[in-house]
Design a protein around this ligand. Structure first.
Ligand SMILES: Cc1cc2nc3c(=O)[nH]c(=O)nc-3n(C[C@H](O)[C@H](O)[C@H](O)COP(=O)(O)OP(=O)(O)OC[C@H]3O[C@@H](n4cnc5c(N)ncnc54)[C@H](O)[C@@H]3O)c2cc1C
Length: 498
């Protein structure tokens, strides 16, 4: 090693080493052409620039298919994958910038055995004890609705300890932050998921940011890693149907692709589900999120990359690093150095998050219509009793609109899911309403309606000879979980001539 190299090595930070290390891990060890096919070609985001074929001796551009083709044996050298303009190969792109990282766990007896390593709660305890903050924004369980999140302003260590634990749903933390500022708190620790952190970051730094100009406060952003968040209105009825008593649940956690539910946090889970099983309850916005590790936080804390009862911590700003290290020095936390983090598992998950949105395919409208039948299908069986009233107050599940197709003699009814999660087994009933009677009932079930997806139903209109009889048509929708979610009578009239 030359003198310069030795000097350079001495000057290099832990940060530089970590990124060298990650870079090596990214290169060459996998079947990179397979990865390219999976992430870029099959998902339809290939730009057809041909770079992959241009740099690899065993790849050729297939003009007919508009994609690369193997003409020899792929050695997995990674060249093609690492040149493609659409792959994400730079570690900074995967995990964001950070000063350094730690594996950490709490030393506070009441916090041990909490969510993971108890790092977030311990940092809040340290910040209150040291009078570095006068308030913190946390998320606690709603006392009226089990496991529903409520964002709270807290002002002491005891409440910080009470707030520990993760609730895997969106929490309106910014609302609580604004309220804290209105109440004149000026040094605030803000705990939130990456999307919460992004909101605060934008409010603090964008040209029209509310916190930049009008409501100044010192805000320490403590971010939680986050892969998915779920809609409680959809997820919890599913758990309850499967025998889970939410009032007895003491802990939920996500670990290695599984969602676990515990009555006893120290014991075995009473139920475990694969994340795939729960995918339909995921908030639709998570499909578009690319930030696993709270890239805009001062300190980002997660569980992936560290062992049980420990946290992976990234100190992204100087202030973040100072706080973690001082909390450790004063005995609130035990920290291990950066190289204790299993970066491969963090990178793997971060990459899944970055590329997950490539897999979103906008589902096409499909038509529930039987062209062979001119008469509606009539069901004469007794109607099932409807479930209790919807629990979500005025929340609108469906948006329904109609249009008459005079040529085909059909009433086209478009049904759109307006909630951000998948609705299942929606029973649709369409019926002509006369003064005293209903006739021509047409009943069908939509098995799954994805967020913001529209399904069109063609309801054959009543005819006199070849002329449409215009009348009143009632459209109703019910689900087992929510009862009646839509009911409206449409008055039909001939379309005006254009
Ligand atoms: C929706 C969600 C998804 C997550 N997904 C992952 C993941 O995929 N991989 C991973 O490594 N880690 C994930 N985490 C983070 C993980 O669950 C822990 O929160 C993190 O490891 C910190 O652990 P801890 O022991 O320090 O937490 P604790 O010391 O128990 O502190 C947890 C803090 O989180 C706050 N909080 C709880 N629920 C919410 C919420 N919904 N919104 C905002 N703040 C909340 C609490 O107020 C508390 O201050 C997720 C967290 C959430 C909320």
């Amino acid at each position: 090693m030359t003198e310069n190299e030795t000097q350079g090595k001495q000057n290099a930070t832990q940060y530089d080493y970590s990124f060298d290390y990650i870079q090596k891990k990214l290169e060459g060890k996998k079947d990179s052409f397979g990865m390219l096919m999976k992430e870029i070609i099959r998902t339809g985001i290939c730009t057809e620039c041909g770079t992959c074929a241009a740099v690899c001796p065993v790849l050729e551009w297939d003009d007919l298919l508009g994609q690369p083709k193997l003409i020899g044996k792929c050695t997995g050298c990674g060249i093609c994958y690492n040149q493609c303009p659409r792959t994400i190969t730079d570690p900074v792109q995967l995990m964001g910038e950070f000063k350094t990282g730690y594996v950490s766990n709490t030393n506070i007896p009441e916090v041990i055995g909490g969510q993971d390593g108890g790092t977030v709660t311990s940092l809040l305890c340290y910040l209150f004890d040291e009078h570095l903050i006068d308030a913190a924004i946390v998320t606690m369980k709603d006392p009226k609705k089990p496991w529903h999140p409520v964002a709270q302003i807290i002002t002491n260590k005891d409440d910080a300890i009470k707030s520990s634990g993760s609730i895997y749903s969106h929490s309106q933390t910014v609302e609580a932050l604004m309220e804290a500022i209105r109440q004149d708190y000026r040094s605030i620790a803000f705990v939130g998921t990456p999307c919460n952190i992004d909101a605060v970051e934008k409010m603090m730094s964008s040209p029209a940011g509310m916190l930049k100009y009008f409501m100044r406060a010192h805000i320490l952003k403590i971010g939680l890693f986050c892969m998915d968040s779920f809609a409680p209105e959809a997820l919890y009825p599913f758990f309850e149907k499967d025998g889970v008593d939410l009032s007895k649940v003491k802990k939920m956690d996500i670990n290695k692709g599984k969602f676990h539910i515990y009555y006893d946090p120290q014991g075995e889970p009473i139920k475990s589900y694969t994340i795939k099983q729960l995918d339909k309850f995921k908030s639709s916005s998570c499909n578009f999120c690319t930030d696993l590790t709270a890239e805009n936080a001062d300190v980002a804390v997660g569980s992936v990359g560290s062992g049980p009862s420990k946290n992976t911590v990234f100190a992204r700003t100087g202030l973040g690093a100072e706080i973690v290290e001082d909390a450790a020095k004063k005995g609130y936390l035990t920290i291990e150095p950066f190289n204790a983090i299993n970066l491969n598992s963090v990178l793997f998950l971060a990459k899944l998050k970055k590329v997950s949105q490539y897999n979103i395919q906008k589902r096409k409208v499909f038509i529930v219509r039987d062209n062979e039948e001119t008469e509606p299908r009539v069901e004469t069986g007794p109607e099932e009793s409807q479930a209790a009233t919807q629990p979500l107050g005025s929340r609108k599940f469906l948006s329904v609109s109609k249009e008459i197709d005079e040529k085909k003699k059909l009433l086209n009814i478009s049904i759109t899911n307006t909630v951000g999660y998948t609705l299942e087994d929606i029973k649709i009933r369409v019926v002509v309403v006369e003064d005293l009677f209903e006739k021509r009932p047409w009943i069908t079930t939509i098995r799954e309606l994805f967020p913001y997806e529209t399904i069109e139903i063609g309801y054959p209109l009543e005819l006199m000879g070849n002329e449409i009889i215009y009348g009143n048509v009632l459209v109703e929708a019910t689900t087992d979980n929510y009862g009646k979610i839509f009911s409206r009578t449409f008055k039909l009239a001939p379309q005006e001539e254009k």
